[in-house]
Design a protein around this ligand. Sequence first.
Ligand code: IMP
Length: 423
Amino acid sequence: MTVTAVIGAQWGDEGKGKLTHVLSKESDIVLRFQGGSNAGHTVSVDGEVYKFKLIPSGVLHPGVRCLLCDGVVVDMLTLADEIVTTRERGAFRGELQISRHAHLLLPYHRIQDIYFEEAKGKDAIGTTRRGVGPAYADKYFRVGLRAGDMLRPDFAERVRAATHRKNVLFSGYYHQPEVDPEQVWSDVAPTVELLAPLVTDTVILVRQAVANGARILCEGAQGTLLDIDYGTYPYVTSSHPVIAGALSGTGLSWRELSRVIGVSKAYNTRVGAGPFPTENTGEAGERMREEGAEYGTVTGRPRRCGWLDLPLLSYAAQLSGFTELALTKTDVLDGFAGIKVCVAYERNGSRITWPDLDPDVLDRCTPVYETLPGWQCATSHIRSDDELPTAMRGYIRFIEDYVGVPIRTISVGPGYEATIQRR
Ligand code: IMP
């Protein structure tokens, strides 16, 4: 039995999709453990491009069982659409099941996300507006509907009652139009027929997979610095992208983890508001955005770009106990003469290496950079470690030495073949 977890080490968008897609081919079971349709990854198989927000791309592989586990929030409309579209394209080759405990995201959650963001004005978080925060809020307020509720005969009544409760908030607090409970039900009703048969006790399936010695892959969404507890609160998502989320969100135990892969870009990006000490709003950041096509998969927003922040990467590595790192998009730095890397912060005259993620504190930290030589040559064609330019090997070693975790995978381009595996 092996349990591999892929965890975002930054603010999401680290290129986890490519890695999980490759790893899922060698897995028996793929577990999505947190987040919802705020995530997005694009995969291409045999020249066909697929964009998924909820379904693990493992469904494209025959025989792979994919589970949306307890910690996920399931947008009924998005999930139904992804299933139908993938089936129509004849590409749904694996299996998909949904935990009966996973919370449902209904159309009113999306509306609430928009009302909430607009009411916050200049303090808006810059959410993906997919309703993920409101769905988790209902979960913790203990008023949410769960996937298992779809199997109850009074599910329609529950949806109408939940919509009525939202309307009290919408009109009374947000002073916004109410939503029609009948409309909500008529929107989601057609998806129940499709989704209800997929609902099951996924914890039993996970425990059986462990007992049978299966190869298990935990697919993280978002990244460590967006964790609701360990991220730059309140500029965070509402779930736990750290390794602890992979346990609480699935029913796996810590004893079962074999490999925890932290995924980091060779630089940093962030989409939405919040502190970003190494953000570069000048020519370097602009170049990273254009070379790296740094525009959000879900929202299309331009991502903020900047140099790699090693204190933050080291923080992520310690929180999740990364056993290895995957460094992605290194090719984006191919043309830079010098590569800056943040090794510490300066605040009130002192040098700090342990980051305080409180936005008020992090915003007032000045990064201390070291500049390493760039390699200034194309690298996307390279497939083996020893063909890498010396300067790039130097950059990789610098990161490994700082974080204390080996970089085992290097992604030098968007294609699956553009990957270097190191021993
Ligand atoms: P929410 O998850 O939609 O509530 O958004 C909260 C914050 O997390 C915002 O800054 C989003 O831009 C960010 N976020 C959520 N999902 C992702 C993701 O998959 N990649 C990058 N940022 C994300």
